[in-house]
Design a protein around this ligand. Structure first.
Ligand code: GDP
Ligand code: IMO
Ligand code: MG
Length: 429
């Protein structure tokens, strides 16, 4: 068996969580391979809404196992807040949740450090979710990190204290006044106390060698779906650096983030919105600062699932989409939030970037280049509701034309069209 992949092709928040939940009945195991609680994956069914940050989006199907892979970074306090919310809704996530021993831990001071480094950057800040992502991956690659498999080591506390002292040293050096900085409404001391309680609770979960578990499961004929977080344009190598996250969000990240050989990667599903959004700083060539952008934001409820920040909105960016498809080896496209564009009589789609007199052939290194201008193609909107559609074949002609245009440009099929946030508002071919 192979590992199929669902990941985002834009700047995150494409609707990956919804689609993973819809696909879960087809798979035995769902596995997150990178990122951490910077992610916010929304799942809506039966009138209930859940936002997951660390737990894979297959958790609502009891028969499916959910793995937090080695490439993920975990804040135990946030993980148990999620687990407790699911328990309040009558679920018992510990039954079908497995956690890799090799996943790194986000310490309270990683979060403080994130805040200190962002504040030092001033106007050029990344717009981080301040969950400690950059500092934790920095310690991982700097070979200083603490991992889930270390929590019962006799030397765990000493290593924690040493790392904390190093972090506080850097924070003092930046001049950041952390005595007044709150971590999710808690002071550092109060957060630390909760964090250690959560570390104890981690021992109740199934902590495993996830790479061995996943490879053995594949050998036994089990099906696995890898769930991406963030999006390709936030990838640390290929995104709009430095305005990116600190992990490889692309298909290649599945191999290192789960311990899967490239030979075992199966079908890659690329999720994209019918338009674009971005939360946080950084270049966004098709951004709309006008009434159209505002309409997308209100209709699409474009406010961050993790931070509540308004998301920046703009037209679909085909050069960026094609670049993402190339990097990920996408086999099948999934278009989300088509319903958000319902009221538009006309829609635009960026078909290229112009620099001076020339239309660029390749995706540019520097999207902030002042000369860079998106080239648009105007298209007729569908200007109608989609509520009565039950299959892709039911959609209005103008939407079908928009999709056909994207298919022709990308040479890929759009196999699913999502027309609302609920699990059931998903049109298949
Ligand atoms: P993720 O991070 O990729 O899982 O996406 P988020 O959950 O952060 O953001 C997607 C948002 O769009 C959530 O609020 C979803 O409930 C919502 N959503 C997903 N699909 C659709 C859709 O087809 N139409 C509309 N209107 N909302 C959707
Ligand atoms: P999901 O999985 C959208 C953005 C932040 C910031 C940059 C770096 O829900 O799609 P970080 O906290 O990683 O240091 O932030 O990346 N970002 C996301 N944007 N969706 C996400 O995740 C994101 N995770 C991080 O806004 O610009
Ligand atoms: Mg999200």
């Amino acid at each position: 068996m192979k590992v199929d992949v669902i990941l985002g092709l834009q700047w995150g928040d494409e609707g990956k969580g919804k689609i993973v939940d819809v696909f879960t009945p087809r798979y035995d195991i769902i596995a997150r391979f990178q990122g951490g609680p910077n992610a916010g994956h929304t799942i809506i069914f039966g009138g209930q809404k859940f936002v997951l940050h660390t737990i894979p989006s297959g958790i609502f199907h009891r028969k499916t196992l959910n793995v937090i892979g080695n490439g993920v970074i975990i804040d135990p306090f946030i993980l148990f807040r999620e687990i407790d919310k699911l328990r309040q809704a009558g679920m018992e996530p510990s039954e079908n949740l497995l956690v890799s021993k090799r996943a790194h831990l986000i310490l309270p001071t990683h979060r403080l450090l994130d805040a200190a480094l962002e504040s030092e950057k001033g106007v050029s800040k990344i717009g981080s979710t301040l969950k400690g992502i950059g500092p934790t991956y920095t310690d991982k690659y700097g070979r200083n990190g603490l991992r889930v498999g270390n929590i019962s080591d006799p030397g765990f506390l000493a290593r924690y204290e040493q790392l904390k002292a190093e972090h506080l040293g850097i924070i003092r050096h930046t001049g950041f006044d952390f005595s007044r900085h709150l971590l999710d409404t808690l002071s550092l001391d109060a957060y630390e106390e909760q964090w250690f309680k959560s570390i104890d609770r981690l021992k109740e979960l199934k902590i495993i060698d996830s790479e061995i578990f996943l490879n053995t499961s594949l050998d036994q004929g089990k099906s696995v779906l890898a769930e991406g977080a963030q999006g390709t344009m936030l990838d640390v190598d290929f995104g709009s650096y430095p305005f990116v996250t600190s992990s490889n969000t692309i298909t290649a990240g599945v191999c290192s983030g789960l311990g899967i050989s490239p030979h075992r990667v199966g079908k890659v599903f690329g999720v994209f919105k019918a338009y674009c959004t971005r939360v946080g700083s950084g270049p966004f060539p098709t951004e709309l600062d006008d009434a159209s952008g505002e309409l997308m934001r209100t209709r699409g409820n474009e406010f961050g699932s993790t931070t509540g920040r308004p998301r920046r909105c703009g037209w679909l960016d085909l050069p960026a989409l094609k670049y993402s498809i190339m990097l990920n080896g996408v086999d099948s496209l999934i278009m989300m939030k088509a319903d958000v564009l319902n009221p538009f009589a006309e829609i635009s789609v960026c078909t290229g970037y112009q620099s001076g007199e020339t239309i660029l052939e390749n995706f540019p290194f520097d999207l902030t280049d002042n000369d860079l201008q998106p080239v648009y193609r105007e298209m007729k909107g569908w200007d109608s509701e989609l509520g009565n559609c039950t299959r892709v074949s039911d959609i209005p002609d103008s939407l079908a034309g928009y999709i056909r245009f994207i298919e022709d440009e990308t040479n890929l099929p759009v196999d699913i069209v999502s027309i609302g946030p609920d699990r059931l508002q998903t049109l298949q071919r």
